[in-house]
Design a protein around this ligand. Structure first.
Ligand SMILES: Nc1nc2c(ncn2[C@@H]2O[C@H](COP(=O)(O)OP(=O)(O)OP(=O)(O)O)[C@@H](O)[C@H]2O)c(=O)[nH]1
Ligand SMILES: [Mg+2]
Length: 294
């Protein structure tokens, strides 16, 4: 029996909290003993996953190991794909050393030669995820603005509730943003309002970059047709998903400003989004979108 299932089942039984702790500790120690005694191929099976988390990185040496370990500490087994754009600070080397030491069966990296932008990094990751057979493909930042503990809720919206795209949304229940300067909060909040106004698209957090796609969404959308690279990429992907007729759910999350490392936000990214939204409205009227098939 799959050991994670065994662990979950035992926790679901009606026991006291103390009993649960003892039971979990016992199972964890059994898991460790068994991990030592089974062959390498069986260990790989235990770490199989239907989900890949794509994390694009550019100079994230302060965050990358911590975020990887936090995701692998979750009860559900997720796999991780880092798309690194030749970070001068050595982010890729950190990832590769973790692959060699601890996580060779569930941590992967694609290295690109220069800073090519968030949008193309995600497109490369989506194609990789489809090719490697994952059913749920996630987007997530490296800088802890997106909490790893929210990943299971995004997964559940798609895997259990039948949505095609789950968006970790800051703006369903007021404004759930911690430690952003007020100017940045206002800009992001009104950017989402602006997108709703111009496109008529009803999602609250249109620029959110914390998402879970069902594989069929990314197979339906023509990824080579996605033209934007920064915030506008996030808007374009959601708008296209909606125009193709897929079911979208916004899951409330709290977004926390990065504590370590440096932001890559720029005026160019903002400009692309401002004018790109008008372009999307135009597309919405005249472009033919592929339709979702169930
Ligand atoms: N591969 C790749 N990753 C990038 C690029 N630009 C940004 N990233 C990564 O994309 C994620 C989001 O970038 P951030 O700089 O955090 O952008 P942001 O969240 O809008 O800005 P802050 O709120 O200031 O952090 C981070 O994991 C970055 O390292 C890029 O050109 N290529
Ligand atoms: Mg960030």
């Amino acid at each position: 029996m799959h050991l994670n299932n065994l662990k979950e089942r035992s926790i679901n039984q009606h026991t006291t909290h103390a009993q649960q702790i003892c039971r979990t500790a016992l199972i964890n120690s059994c898991m460790k003993m068994q991990v030592k005694s089974v062959a390498d191929k069986d260990i790989k099976l235990m770490n199989e996953s239907d989900s890949i988390i794509i994390i694009p990185t550019y100079n994230e040496k302060e965050n990358i190991e911590k975020i990887i370990r936090a995701i692998f500490a979750l009860d559900k087994c997720f796999h991780i794909l880092v798309i690194d754009d030749g970070s001068p600070d050595g982010t890729a080397a950190i990832v590769k050393s973790l692959m060699a030491s601890d996580f060779g069966d569930r941590l992967f990296i694609v290295e690109r030669s220069g800073k090519l932008g968030l949008g193309t990094a995600y497109i490369a990751g989506f194609k990789w995820g489809i090719e490697h057979g994952y059913d749920y493909i996630f987007e997530m930042d490296a800088d802890f603005s997106h909490a790893p503990s929210d990943l299971p809720r995004l997964y559940s919206a798609c895997a259990d509730e039948g949505y095609d795209l789950a968006i970790g949304s800051r703006y369903i229940t007021g404004v759930n943003v911690v430690n952003w300067p007020i100017g940045r909060v206002l800009m992001s909040y009104f950017a989402s309002k602006y997108v709703r106004f111009v496109t008529g698209f009803k999602v609250h957090d249109t620029t959110a970059g914390f998402k879970c796609y069902k594989r069929r969404v990314l197979e339906t959308i023509n990824l080579d047709d996605i033209r934007f690279k920064g915030y506008a990429f996030q808007i374009e992907m959601k708008f296209t998903t909606y125009k193709c007729g897929f079911k979208i759910k916004e899951v409330p999350v709290i977004f926390v400003n990065r504590v370590e490392g440096v932001s890559k936000m720029s005026g160019g990214i903002f400009g692309e989004a401002f004018f790109g939204v008008m372009r999307l409205r135009w597309d919405g009227w005249f472009k033919k979108y592929p339709k979702a098939v169930s």
